[in-house]
Design a protein around this ligand. Sequence first.
Ligand SMILES: Nc1ncnc2c1ncn2[C@@H]1O[C@H](COP(=O)(O)OP(=O)(O)OP(=O)(O)O)[C@@H](O)[C@H]1O
Ligand SMILES: O=C(CO)[C@H](O)[C@H](O)COP(=O)(O)O
Length: 295
Amino acid sequence: MSERHPIIAITGSSGAGTSTVTRTFENIFRREGVTAAVIEGDSFHRYDRKQMKVKAAEAEANGNQNFSHFGAEANLFEEIETLFRTYSETGQGRSRKYLHNAEEAAPYKQDPGTFTAWEDLPAGTDMLFYEGLHGAVVTPEVNVAQYPDLLVGVVPVINLEWIQKLWRDKNMRGYSADAVTDTILRRMPDYVHYITPQFQHTHVNFQRVPIVDTSNPFVARDVPTADESMVVIRFAKPKGIDFQYLLSMVHGSMMSRANTIVVPGGKMELAMQLIFTPFIWRMVERKKQYAPRVG
Ligand SMILES: Nc1ncnc2c1ncn2[C@@H]1O[C@H](COP(=O)(O)OP(=O)(O)OP(=O)(O)O)[C@@H](O)[C@H]1O
Ligand SMILES: O=C(CO)[C@H](O)[C@H](O)COP(=O)(O)O
């Protein structure tokens, strides 16, 4: 935790919706005049696409069919921890990008599936914003979860997560349904060991729940829309959260537990704005108290 150089981390599986949530935060940042250094978790994969194929084949030859982008061996957990620690102490650090498709790769004149060079973060940012797979990872070797001042989990129920992943990987990244299904299967042990345990460290979880039948995600043609879903929002420490205010502002919301509010899917962005804008105000205020005084 750092008053001077705060960190927000949005953590979730592939296709969970962390990029979608990031756009909501970017709107809040723009409105509130906050500059954030935005980090994409995929840039902390250990291998580029070609190397990953080789490593997966080697693992398979040694009897491991579950080598995956969710696990410790295929990611640079230490570097994520170092980035968070360095930023919280100094407001600086290094990042790069993983270029998923031709569109992302074109501006860099690189091939899809490669990394850009490591670069220093821009100077003078108000906060670090991480979005990706491992923002709250804890293993015997690393503890990434100890650093963020605000740690948000994005976790649709699993059938919806798979539908979202299948839709995005087919339509935006050019993979076949069979290839995505194989990836989901290969990643399952790492999903259980590295992805889900993070949600016990997060401060707030957003769980999208469809209210239409998603019983066979592998044949679904469309992602259930916002109107076809509800969002369960759970606060690890509800003290200080003004639920009455949220209930009055978000039409159609209700409490399902003392620390859990449920909102219609179409109100997720509004709920996020109402919940997170005051957090960001407080972070900016605390940061200002530490700013060197001029004159
Ligand atoms: N709240 C939402 N309402 C409707 N659809 C959503 C919502 N969130 C995500 N989706 C759908 O899920 C797809 C995946 O979302 P997104 O790209 O945000 O995932 P991600 O977690 O960033 O994945 P990755 O980390 O692999 O890039 C989107 O293309 C969109 O179709
Ligand atoms: O979304 C992902 C993880 O969050 C991707 O699966 C990962 O970044 C690897 O991408 P690719 O298999 O296309 O090289």
